[in-house]
Design a protein around this ligand. Structure first.
Ligand SMILES: [Fe+2]
Ligand SMILES: [Fe+2]
Length: 331
């Protein structure tokens, strides 16, 4: 059987379990938080006073912080790219006629994710610290440019990617929230922490998908995991650009900013890989094909190898001048 057909069969075999994953890892719409729970209520007379407080508190946060928060927001705002990409994955099948659990998952996941860009965007607008028009242009560019995360339409590779990426966003939102709190920004701290909580639930779901696939097709799954790690997990905003610039030109500077702040670092990448290896018990997989054994051994040695490389790695220390934020010193 071709690789594609095996994957389709595995996706169909797991499909009846997807509703259970949704019940375990997503929150019913009527119970989950909404952006309005955190932002000043524009129907309330206190709106201007509360907005003034946001603007005052925002003055305490420095340049690298704002750049990171803006880029995190834009990454969330490019959700149309992620939903359309996932809907196109083999086995997700939104056109099957009957209600397919996988496409239901993708829609419900998207609906939860959509609140992240929404709340952050409104906060940025109220903060008075960023050039919203430039932020909007970058967002439009990023959605228009799409992305290529090297997963093709392969569900195995896509679920490795999402398992990894949801944990990466959990880490970065959590750290941004902590920094905001340390500077007295209680509201922003709360918003980022609650977003981080969503990302964690999503991570737990996607890593469960992979674990379930490992039970059905360990050879195919472990080879797909190794393949993704060989290519490296690229960030979803790797095509980030500012107005007037060419595709991808802003990404490296943003990434340097996040490293300098300690919001998301090369060390985090290695730790995520270690956690995935542990949860999927990669080192304990037995009875594999020769190729899958090679993939397993590669994955088990990879964290150490990346550790050695990261110790020699340098990242940019120069503060790049983004059009999104006015410079006013470092955090
Ligand atoms: Fe998100
Ligand atoms: Fe997410």
């Amino acid at each position: 059987m071709s690789l594609k057909n095996i994957r389709l069969e595995v996706m169909q075999a797991i499909e009846p379990k997807v509703q259970g994953f949704m019940d375990s890892f997503l929150i019913p719409i009527d119970e989950i938080w909404q952006p309005s729970d955190f932002l000043p209520d524009s129907q309330n007379d206190n709106f201007f006073a509360e907005t003034e407080q946001i603007r005052e508190e925002a003055k305490e946060l420095g340049y690298d912080f704002w750049v990171t928060l803006v880029a995190d927001t834009i990454t969330e705002e490019a959700l149309p790219t992620y939903e359309s990409w996932l809907m196109d994955v083999e086995g997700i099948d939104q056109h099957s006629g009957k209600e397919n659990g996988w496409s239901k998952w993708v829609r419900a996941w998207t609906a939860e994710e959509n609140r992240h860009g929404d709340v952050l965007n409104k906060y940025l607008y109220l903060s008075g610290r960023v050039n919203m028009r430039e932020v909007e242009i970058t967002t439009q560019h990023l959605i228009s440019d799409g992305f290529d995360i090297g997963t093709d339409r392969d569900p195995y590779k896509n679920f490795v990617y999402t398992s990894f990426q949801e944990l990466a966003t959990n880490i970065s939102h959590k750290r941004v929230g902590k920094m905001a709190r340390q500077k007295g920004n209680v509201l922003l701290g709360k918003m980022c922490s609650i977003i981080a909580g969503d990302e964690m639930r999503h991570h737990l779901a996607y890593r469960e998908f992979v674990k379930t696939i490992l039970g059905e097709d360990p050879n195919g799954m472990i080879e797909a995991f190794a393949d993704m790690m060989k290519k490296k997990i690229v960030m979803p905003a790797h095509f980030l650009r500012e107005s007037g610039d060419s595709i991808g030109t802003a990404f490296e500077q943003f990434s340097d900013c996040a490293q300098r702040l300690g919001v998301y670092t090369a060390q985090d990448y290695i730790e995520i890989l270690r956690k995935l290896n542990d949860y999927w018990e990669v080192g304990n997989l037995r009875g594999l094909s020769e190729q899958a054994e090679k993939a397993r051994d590669y994955l088990m040695k990879l964290p150490e190898r990346l550790q050695r490389i990261s110790e020699r790695m340098q990242f940019g220390q120069d503060q790049y001048k983004f059009k999104w934020v006015e410079a006013n010193g470092m955090l």
